[in-house]
Ligand binder design. Sequence first.
Ligand code: M6R
Length: 614
Amino acid sequence: MCGIVGYIGSKDAFPILIKGLQRLEYRGYDSAGVALITEASNLAVYKTRGKVSDLESFTQHKDVSGSIGIAHTRWATHGEPNDVNAHPHYSQSESLALIHNGIIENYAVLKEDLMSRGYTFKSNTDTEVLVQLIEYVKVSNNVDLFTAVQLALTQVVGAYAIAVLERGHPDCIIAARKSSPLVVGIGDDEYFLGSDASPIIEYTNRVIYIDDDEVVRLKRDSEPRICNLNNVEKSHEIKELEMSLSQLEKGGFPHFMIKEIFEQPNTVRECMRGRINVERNRVALSGIIDHKERFLNAKRIIIVACGTSWHAGLIGEYLLEEFARIPVEVEYASEFRYRNPVLCPDDIVIAISQSGETADTLAAAELAKRQGAFVYGICNVVGSSIPRMTHTGSYTHAGPEIGVASTKAFTAQVTVLTLMALTIAEEKGEMSKDVFEQYVQELALIPDKMEQTLSVAGYIEDFSSIFTYAKNFIYLGRGYSYPVALEGALKLKEISYIHAEGYPAAEMKHGPIALIDREMPTVVIAPKKGMYDKVVSNIQEIKARKGRVVAIVTEGDTVIRDLADYYIEIPDTEDCFSPLLSALPLQLMAYYIAVVKGCNVDQPRNLAKSVTVE
Ligand code: M6R
């Protein structure tokens, strides 16, 4: 949610900032802006509603010289997306310019106080309050900017990652973080700032992750100075990034989403690498093995997550209960964190998050940790906030996911949960040796079967265009296919803006069947090894009401083929692994429908990739 980028060094800052914003645009894309200290020593701010490309046009004949700058791409929280509310914001005297990611919760009180002291405001944002507050603190205490930021932030309630420039100080950027990610990149005599490493990786793979309540000063010719709000110096290890630049580019695909859909056979292979040994029929997830006793004694597992990660969590519930025989509850992180949940010492809380930064999931995991639960993270972004606060966990190793609609992160999360369930099942002796070995062998084949599933993309593209007329869709599945139905519906609605609902197939007769008519397409996920016969009955009920059916079936199925209007085959596999295959045609269908409708699939309206605010 909102992207921050900064540069200080000897090169021209502007092109670096623009490229950085383009890489961060997936985080928010309703307005963009830049602040530079130009060669003429101006503190110049240029900002506009729209995308980074609009900012580029807007700045075409402006002075964008200078080797120090900060820039921002916005996902609006306070105040509509327009030129005035875009970041950076000037302070009253225009001697400071600030960019901000997050929400200042007590901004109204602070604003009233500042107004009583003569400060006036141009925008509706909480961010402008922050920059005015810093200026007020600086002037009234006669301190430098670093100290002013420290003092001002002690008055602030909320979440922020900020960066500030000061007129007359062309050698220094001050930045700070609380509950919003902030990374410093260390180059040769130059520093970079980013909301994540994507704008930095092109220049350096050496980074420092700033922690909550820390303020950092980036100054030419000196080491970064990092202190907490009480001015205690903090030392930080420099970490090496493993990400590569090519992972951040589209590689010949028209959109990141379709590239990421097609990456899935490889991302699942990567996710299993070193964790599954087919020759020896072994599965070992180190996060589990290192804390074996915890899992052997666990009375309950609670999974907290949001959106697609929550759907992966539901599949995790089925897997962990079936394989490891541990009761599992799956909670929306946003509900869990506010409902005073009962947690026991033998509970394990699993927080699932692609970004590792989702505000609700992070808060739910922190709450669980405070209440004494053992907290396990399943995250994709290395070094993000959730893996840094959990007791242990597993990375999904899916590589950077740029498309706002989550695809490869979902299948990687399901893969980790599968490995987790198998590891615990084996350690607990809950599964017969034969079944365990059969599952290990089959799981190893899944990436190849994903490749086979994706080979029908052309057929899905052809028939998907027929559905652009639809206003509503229903997705149905049972057992392991029920969370897949939810995920399929979410994919369609978020990128094509067609309303879609997922249901457990048997629930259809309890209400949704009333919606079925010629206009209403129903997508049914019906692999052979699920509760197949019952799902066939559901399809017959839909057809009896003239509904149109798209069915995901196991290859060779002839019964549903004759019933459905369209059918997509997936290779045969165990029921428990079928989500790893059946999710793919649903992703493709959503993608092709959205493309035909002319939607911006990588940056759907009103959404952002990582939801770092409530
Ligand atoms: O980064 P996270 O996995 O924590 O994100 C959770 C949701 O915001 C995310 O899955 C969202 O629902 C996606 N846009 C779904 O495609």
